[in-house]
Write a protein that binds this ligand. Structure first.
Ligand SMILES: [Zn+2]
Length: 89
C-alpha cells in the first residue's frame, strides 16, 4: 500500500473529515453535500509506516527508557527499534 498523506477537510458547518486529498482540489462531502476545504495535513507526514493520525487516542508508550509515544499500529518503536507488544483491545 503506498503511503499517502492524509488531510483535515472542513465544511461550512465546521464538520471535519480526515481523508487522503490533494491540496487545491475540491471535495464534496458525500453525506451532507457540502463542499470541504483542506485546512491542514494530518501527522504523521507521509511516508510513514503508520496509518493512524498522530492523536492521543492512537498513541501509547513504547515501554523503553526513552518513553516515547508511538502509534498503536506500529510493530516496532521508531525511536529505539524495540519490538512492541500486541495491543490489547
Ligand atoms: Zn522505544
Amino acid at each position: 500500500m503506498p503511503a499517502r498523506q492524509k488531510y483535515r477537510l472542513r465544511g461550512r458547518s465546521d464538520r471535519e473529515i480526515l481523508r487522503e486529498a490533494e491540496p487545491g482540489k475540491r471535495y464534496v462531502d458525500r453525506d451532507s453535500g457540502e463542499e470541504m476545504r483542506v485546512v491542514g495535513a494530518v501527522l504523521p507526514l507521509a511516508p510513514s509506516p503508520s496509518d493512524l493520525p498522530y492523536t492521543v487516542e492512537n498513541l501509547r508508550l513504547c515501554g523503553c527508557s526513552l518513553e516515547q509515544l508511538v502509534q498503536k499500529d506500529l510493530n516496532d518503536c521508531p525511536h529505539c527499534g524495540r519490538r512492541l507488544p500486541a495491543v490489547e483491545r
